[in-house]
Ligand binder design. Structure first.
Ligand SMILES: NC(=O)c1ccc[n+]([C@@H]2O[C@H](COP(=O)([O-])OP(=O)(O)OC[C@H]3O[C@@H](n4cnc5c(N)ncnc54)[C@H](O)[C@@H]3O)[C@@H](O)[C@H]2O)c1
Length: 321
């Protein structure tokens, strides 16, 4: 079986490639390295089951040939990260909407199975927990650019579901909640790698806002396993499914936890959102997934404890020093 992983040189994508190759699958990756890194997949080069193409998913001819040749697609390529999306608003929308449309159109043309990565950001400004797949979605105004990420991924979800309803396309959608682990970069606003790198350097750990906002964090290995189970699951076709951890923690507690695990001398400092992101930002105060649907479909939910994930991620960043 040959799987095309778009965005396969990225954080989640490169772990997915490792997993698929370890299970004997053939893997093709298309990635333009806009936020991904060749180093994430360099160890797979030379494996006869692996090929990497450095190109954009917006290249329709390239995508046509790759999707024609594969058996299934996992579509991860996207503009990711609040900071990145705020700094690159137009190209982010183009990648997330046009890129996904190209992938879906070609999957439909060649009748290939496709899984689309969405995000917990689509839920918007909810305060209740846990978030269920059929909850209403609450956004701020379009002048606040941070919502363009959520809105673009929501358009992807609508387009995928429309292909399923009208063309019977074999498509599934998974909404990832904050996923963490080795290889995640702190360059685009991701909180855990940023805190770990600051703690390892004994620099101030910078919490944006008052730190009372809460999140859950999911181990990338659990996400990859969930994606692979969903690929095999007939009942997941035409469905939207959360993939997320359930251990809720505030961002100020997270900073304390990382400081203590690193045994760092860093002080924890609080920076107003406007200073960190400019006026285009508004935060979500709480984001906790319901894993009920995932569990009922694949009998698996992400369960790796937060400390275990943080320890392995800290080890990874230590090894990079
Ligand atoms: N990491 C998380 O916490 C998280 C949470 C929710 C959703 N997701 C979703 O999971 C997917 C993967 O995210 P990630 O965390 O691995 O991010 P990532 O930035 O590491 O991976 C995205 C990859 O896509 C590539 N890419 C971007 N635009 C491209 C284009 N036009 N053509 C080809 N390649 C392109 C990037 O170079 C990168 O390697 C994304 O769709 C993202 O929206 C991730």
């Amino acid at each position: 079986m040959n799987i095309l992983v778009t965005g396969g040189a990225g954080f989640i994508g490169s772990h997915l490639c490792d997993y698929l190759i370890s299970k004997g699958k053939y893997v093709s990756v298309i990635d333009d390295l806009s936020t991904g890194f060749f180093e994430n997949i360099v160890h797979l080069q030379g494996d006869s089951k692996f090929q990497y193409i450095n190109d954009t998913i917006l290249n329709k001819d390239r995508m046509d040939s790759l999707i024609r040749q594969c058996d299934a697609v996992v579509h991860l390529a996207a503009a990711v990260g609040v900071k990145y999306v705020i700094e690159n608003p137009l190209s982010s929308i183009e990648t997330n909407i046009c890129g996904t449309e190209i992938a879906l159109k070609l999957a439909n043309k060649y009748k290939k199975k496709i899984l689309i990565a969405s995000t917990s950001e689509v839920y918007g400004k909810h305060m209740h927990a846990p978030l269920k797949e059929d909850d209403n979605l609450i956004y701020g105004p379009p002048s606040t650019m941070r919502w363009s990420y959520a809105a673009s991924k929501l358009v992807d979800e609508f387009t995928a579901l429309a292909y399923h309803r009208t063309k019977k396309l074999n498509v599934g959608i998974f909404r990832c909640f904050n996923t963490i682990g080795p290889r995640q970069t702190g360059l685009y606003g991701m909180v855990v790698p940023r805190f770990i790198q600051q703690a390892l350097r004994d620099e101030p750990i910078t919490v944006f806002g008052d730190g009372r906002q809460t999140r859950t964090f999911t181990y990338v290995g659990d996400v990859v396993e969930s994606i692979c189970w969903l690929m095999e699951c007939e009942e997941a076709i035409g469905e939207v499914v959360n993939i997320g951890g359930t251990e809720e923690i505030s961002i100020s507690e997270l900073a304390e936890r990382i400081k203590s695990l690193v045994v760092s001398k860093s002080e924890i400092v609080y920076i107003p959102y406007e200073q960190a992101y400019g006026k285009d930002f508004e935060d979500m105060m709480r984001r906790v997934p319901s894993s009920e649907k995932l569990n009922s479909l694949i009998g698996f939910v992400p369960q790796t404890p937060l400390d275990t994930i943080l320890e392995s991620t800290i080890e990874y960043f230590r090894s990079m020093i």
